[in-house]
Design a protein around this ligand. Structure first.
Ligand SMILES: [Zn+2]
Length: 477
């Protein structure tokens, strides 16, 4: 949180990014609309009611509509939207307003500038990553010598590894995984997100047996406590000044380490995960509908991968179901598949490759995460329940619906982002955001309807006013 970002953005005013250059070539916002006869695939649900705003700005249109249809026919039937388009200020009005500072510049420019500000400086990123690697390697080698975790592996997860880190390069997530075989994994609760793990048969003394209940249930709370103790031991062997373990947060599966490095703070979330090979639980069979987007072959490949279980529960720790306490259950994780999907995200193999066409899926996600972060900074208590995973899930659903690369052209960033916001607001208004892998699990299930409505309202206000929050952002890279 410094003014550095702001200063650098001013300096960059005359330095156009490659994204900006590309956008200018065909952006409908700058008059480069093309008219061809490609059939339309209108996926952006423009007819959804939008609350009246006093300072409504023209919204972006569906990305495909924009490039394929003349402006008027593209908006037939979209009553609310048509009205907002009619209010588009004339060029002279815009010039006057910009001059007087009363309204913002072209929203596409605002988004591009924001993305530019979010770009993490390469050297800062590599330095923080170097420190993180050293810490992780030391902890791993300590665990390998321990009694219970000698078979540990690391699985890099989280947004840094997906190149989606926003606002700070200094937060890392690493999963330390322990493979478990011959286990019976049973759902806990009805939404398919939480599971109990029971060892079927222990032929001889097992390294994890000290974490078992009488009925061979693997106790998440016991195992996490021991893992935490071992990580603490490992820290004693690390000659790094200012490296500390944060106090345990209730219901968090992570052991958080913080390292002060001069002015900056590096934080590493270490999560314990069980690696389970074999077919995914029944509840996860229905999810990940990527057939039309990434193809059936890719889907099959992903389904052959293991899944992970992290020591996390919801609600009261002592709630019991069939003799299993909530604090001893595990939450399912497919972060390794999410990482793969984000890396190979195109319906065509060449998407975003060096010589291939560029899409804006990642940019849209970065912007949505950034918007959420900025809103949370301003309304911490009201929005405490919302996390960036909701943004990622919204994008995954959007990619499933608007599955072609042509629907995410980088040149149409503003329209694509607008559609993504519309999706997100829709999820909030319905208080329904299915887990991408386990559709029965509603990520908004534990969030109050009031909080959902509040966030939807904040987002609509930003969207209708050209994202003032991005211009006055407090979270900087
Ligand atoms: Zn792409």
């Amino acid at each position: 949180m410094s003014s550095k970002g702001k200063a650098s953005s001013n300096n960059k005013a005359s330095t156009r990014t490659s994204v900006e250059k590309q956008t200018e070539q065909v952006s409908p916002c700058t008059g480069g609309r093309t008219h061809d006869s490609t059939p339309t695939r209108t996926q952006c649900r423009t007819q959804r009611p939008v609350p009246t705003q006093t300072t409504r700005r023209p919204r972006a249109k569906s990305p495909v509509q924009d490039t394929t249809l003349p402006a008027q026919s593209a908006h037939q039937g979209g009553g609310t939207r048509r009205k907002s388009l009619n209010r588009r200020p004339s060029p002279s009005q815009i010039r006057n307003s910009v001059r007087s500072g009363s309204i913002e510049e072209d929203p596409s420019k605002v988004l591009l500038k924001t993305l530019d500000q979010l770009k993490i400086r390469r050297h800062a990123r590599s330095k923080a990553a170097g420190i993180k690697n050293e810490v992780v390697a030391k902890i791993k080698s300590h665990l390998e010598r321990s009694r219970n975790f000698n078979d540990i592996k690391t699985l890099p997860t989280g947004s840094y590894f997906e190149n989606l880190k926003i606002s700070s390069p200094d937060e890392f997530d690493v999963m330390f995984t322990v493979r478990v075989d011959r286990v019976d994994v049973q759902p806990f609760g009805s939404d398919g997100a939480y599971y109990s793990v029971r060892f079927k048969r222990l032929p001889k003394k097992h390294v994890l047996d000290q974490f078992l209940q009488d009925d061979d249930i693997l106790c998440a709370s016991k195992m996490l406590a021991e893992f935490r103790r071992e990580v603490k031991e490992a820290l004693k062997t690390l000659p790094m000044e200012g490296l500390k373990m944060e106090p345990k947060k209730p219901r968090s599966p992570a052991v958080t380490l913080v390292l002060k490095d001069g002015e900056r703070e590096i934080s590493i979330d270490i999560v314990l995960g069980l690696e389970v090979c074999g077919s995914w639980p029944l509840c996860a069979q229905e999810g990940m509908g990527i057939e039309n987007w990434l193809g059936t072959k890719v889907k099959r490949e992903y389904k052959f991968k293991p899944y992970y279980l992290v020591p996390k529960h919801e609600g009261s720790a002592n709630k019991e179901e069939d003799g299993v306490r909530a604090k001893d259950v595990w939450r399912i994780s497919f972060s390794h598949v999410e990482k793969e999907i984000m890396k190979n995200h195109g319906s065509e193999k060449t998407c975003c490759e060096e010589k291939g066409p560029k899409c804006c899926r990642k940019q849209c996600l970065k912007l949505l995460k950034h918007l959420l972060t900025e809103l949370k900074v301003r309304h911490p208590s009201e929005l405490s329940k919302f996390c960036s995973y909701f943004a990622k899930t919204t994008l995954l659903h959007a990619c499933m619906v608007r599955c072609k690369d042509s629907e995410w052209m980088l040149a149409n960033l503003h329209q694509c982002f607008d559609c993504l916001l519309e999706d997100f607001v829709g999820h909030l208004r319905r208080k329904e955001l299915p887990n991408f892998f386990v559709p029965q699990h509603n990520l908004l299930g534990s969030v109050s309807a009031e909080s959902c409505k509040t966030l939807a309202k904040y987002i609509e206000t930003e969207r209708n006013n050209g994202f003032p929050i991005f211009k006055n952002g407090v979270v900087k890279g």
